[in-house]
Design a protein around this ligand. Structure first.
Ligand code: PHE
Length: 343
C-alpha cells in the first residue's frame, strides 16, 4: 500500500510540475481530488476498509501525501497566475488617452467656453484672479448697490426673470452684480475677473438672447486712472483681434461708473473700412467700462478718498459671435449638433 501511495505522489507532483497553464492544472487537480473518481479520493476511501493495524501504518503517509499534493497545486497555481499577469501586461498596451467607451464620440468645449478660457488665461497673466457668483441674485447686488434704485429708468433696459414669492430675487442681468460682492469678499487692492451667465427678459432676435455671457472685471488700488483702464482694455483687444487693433472709448452712461464709456474696436473683418458686420461704421462695440462710482466703492466697504478703480464688462457672447462669424446668437444655446460639431 505504501508503495502505491508513493507512486501516486510521484506521478501527481510530476503532472503538477508539467502543467502548462491554469487550465491544465485544474485538470490535474480534478484527476486527484474529484469527489467522484479522484485518485486521492479513492485512495482515502480504500484506507477506511483496512484493519486498524494497517490504517495506522498507511494513514499518516496518505494524509501527508494528500497535503503535499494540495500544497504543490496551490503553489503552481500562484506561479501560473503570476505568469498570466506578466504575459497580459506584455501583450496589452494601455492607451491612457483612449475614450472610455471603445467607439464613443469625444465631446469638446463649447465655443463660449473656448473664448472664456482664452480670456481667463490672458487676464491671469496680468495678475487677475478669477471669481464666480450666483446667477439667482438679490435685487441689492444686481441693482441697488450699483446706484440703480427701484424706480430708476436703467431698470427698464434690464428687465429680467423674477421668482414667485421672492420679490427681492432676480436672475442677474449682468455680471456687474459681482462688483460689490467681490469688493466685500476680497477687499483692496483688487484685480479680478468674473465671467458668467446673465439673463434678460428679451424679445429674442439674432442679436438678443434671454441667456447670454458676460465677463466682468475690476481693478482697485491707490491712484488708478482711466489710463490704466485703457491700457488693460487695449491689451485685451489686441490679444483677441491682433496687434493692429485700435480701441475707441466713447462716453456712455452707466449708473455705477463715472465717467462711463462704451468700448469699440476696429472691425477686424474690414480693418475699419466698413462692412456688413460692423454696420459700415468700421467699429464694433465689445465692452462697457468706466471708473467705479464712489458710492459703489462705499457699498463694497472701500474708502473712495483713498482708492480708485475701474470696472469693465465684456459681452462674452458677442466676442464669440465676432470671433467665429456667428450671425445668430440663438444658435449658441440651441443644442444643435450640426452647429456644435464645427468647433
Ligand atoms: N454691466 C454693463 C452692461 O451689462 C456693462 C458694464 C460693466 C459697464 C462694467 C460699465 C462697467 O451693459
Amino acid at each position: 500500500m505504501n508503495d502505491k501511495i508513493l507512486k501516486i505522489k510521484q506521478v501527481a507532483l510530476e503532472a503538477i510540475r508539467e502543467a502548462k497553464d491554469r487550465e491544465a492544472l485544474r485538470d490535474v487537480e480534478n484527476e486527484y481530488f474529484s469527489r467522484k473518481a479522484g485518485v486521492l479520493t479513492e485512495m482515502m476511501k480504500s484506507i477506511k476498509d483496512l484493519s486498524v493495524e494497517e490504517k495506522k501504518k498507511v494513514g499518516q503517509l496518505a494524509n501527508e501525501t494528500k497535503q503535499e499534493i494540495e500544497k504543490a497545486i496551490v503553489e503552481k497555481n500562484y506561479e501560473l497566475s503570476e505568469e498570466d499577469w506578466a504575459n497580459s501586461l506584455a501583450v496589452e498596451k494601455i492607451d491612457l488617452t483612449a475614450p472610455v467607451l471603445p467607439h464613443a464620440e469625444r465631446g469638446h468645449l463649447h465655443p463660449v467656453s473656448i473664448v472664456q478660457k482664452e480670456l481667463e488665461e490672458f487676464f491671469s497673466s496680468m495678475g487677475f484672479i478669477i471669481a464666480d457668483g450666483p446667477e439667482l441674485e438679490s435685487d441689492y447686488f444686481n441693482f441697488s448697490s450699483l446706484n440703480i434704485p427701484a424706480d430708476h429708468p436703467a431698470r427698464d433696459s434690464q428687465d429680467t426673470f423674477y421668482i414667485k414669492n421672492h420679490p427681492d430675487w432676480v436672475m442677474r442681468t449682468h455680471t456687474s452684480s459681482l462688483q460689490v460682492r467681490s469688493m466685500q469678499k476680497y477687499g483692496v487692492p483688487l484685480r479680478v475677473i468674473m465671467p458668467g451667465k446673465c439673463y434678460r427678459n428679451e424679445a429674442t432676435d439674432a442679436r438678443h438672447e434671454h441667456t447670454f455671457y458676460q465677463l466682468e472685471g475690476l481693478v482697485i488700488n491707490e491712484a488708478i486712472t482711466m489710463a490704466h483702464m485703457k491700457g488693460v482694455l487695449e491689451a485685451v483687444a489686441k490679444h483677441l483681434y491682433g496687434p493692429e487693433t485700435q480701441v475707441r472709448l466713447r462716453p456712455k452712461f452707466y449708473p455705477f461708473v463715472e465717467p462711463g464709456v462704451n468700448g469699440e474696436v476696429t472691425c477686424f473683418l474690414c480693418d475699419g473700412a466698413g462692412c456688413k458686420v460692423c454696420k459700415n461704421t468700421g467699429w464694433m462695440e465689445i465692452f462697457g467700462a468706466g471708473m467705479i462710482h464712489q458710492s459703489v466703492l462705499k457699498e463694497g466697504g472701500i474708502d473712495p478718498e483713498k482708492y480708485q478703480g475701474f470696472a469693465f464688462g465684456f459681452g462674452l457672447t458677442r466676442l464669440v459671435m465676432l470671433k467665429y462669424g456667428i450671425e445668430d446668437a440663438r444658435i449658441l444655446q440651441s443644442g444643435d449638433l450640426r452647429f456644435i460639431k464645427q468647433f
